[in-house]
Design a protein. Structure first.
Length: 228
């Protein structure tokens, strides 16, 4: 079975300027994610959808497929379903994984493990797909009403039943993406992710937090290394 990965980057950003190209380690978030996908070795092709000439040129130089995004799909009012569908319509592989540039802690080995699990699961690869989820300990309200608990029988926050969709990974048959025009299939097989793997840099606070986590990891490795 053939499988592709797709990432999307847009020139500029409303909340964080050029978020997809923020510095990360020795490169930037976009190049870092490209390296992770290529290094995983499990994708027949990697597609990059963008309106950034830099991103498109980089994709071509690295042997990825560059998909120039139409201007009408780059606006704040663009329909997400139309955007997802435009990518799927260009994909020739049987299965398609969507992931985010802004989730840098989901690494090459994680993609390898995920794809092997997906292709080995007949329910997931047969049509349901696999979707990343986290279990947030948050009491949700909308329009003055609780959404995920009964205030008269309030559970502990860790016992709440709610799952949160994680955009770090969605993988399903390409034909299903073309039908649903969405990255989530019908009753997807859930993949529970820890907070670090699912971490998505959405704003400047998230970015600063992610950098702090990297610094913490470096310090831990430094302290754990044997002294010569």
């Amino acid at each position: 079975m053939s499988i592709a990965a797709a990432i999307a980057v847009r020139e500029g950003s409303k909340r964080v300027e050029n978020k997809s190209f923020l510095p990360w380690l020795s490169t930037n978030l976009f190049e870092h994610k490209c390296s992770q996908l290529i290094e995983s070795g499990v994708f027949d092709r990697v597609y990059v959808s963008s309106d950034s000439y830099y991103a498109l040129d980089y994709a071509r130089a690295k042997g990825m497929v560059a998909l120039e995004r139409k201007p009408e799909l780059c606006t704040d009012s663009a329909n997400i379903s139309d955007f997802i569908g435009s990518i799927a319509d260009s994909v020739k592989e049987e299965h398609l994984l969507f992931t985010l540039v802004t989730c840098p802690f989901f690494e090459a080995q994680d993609y390898r493990d995920l794809v092997r699990a997906y292709l080995g699961d007949s329910d997931a690869s047969g049509g349901r797909g696999m979707q990343g989820f986290t279990k947030p300990s948050i009491f949700l309200w909308e329009s003055g009403q609780p959404l995920n608990y009964n205030p008269r029988q309030q559970p502990r926050s860790q016992d709440l039943p709610t799952l949160a969709f994680s955009p770090v990974l969605s993988v399903l048959p390409t034909r299903m993406v073309k039908i649903f025009r969405n990255v989530v299939g019908c009753e997807p097989v859930p993949v529970m992710l820890d907070k670090t793997k699912a971490f998505d840099i959405d704003d400047s606070f998230d970015y600063r937090f992610a950098l702090a986590l990297i610094d913490e990891r470096r310090e831990y490795k430094k302290q754990a290394s044997p002294h010569i």
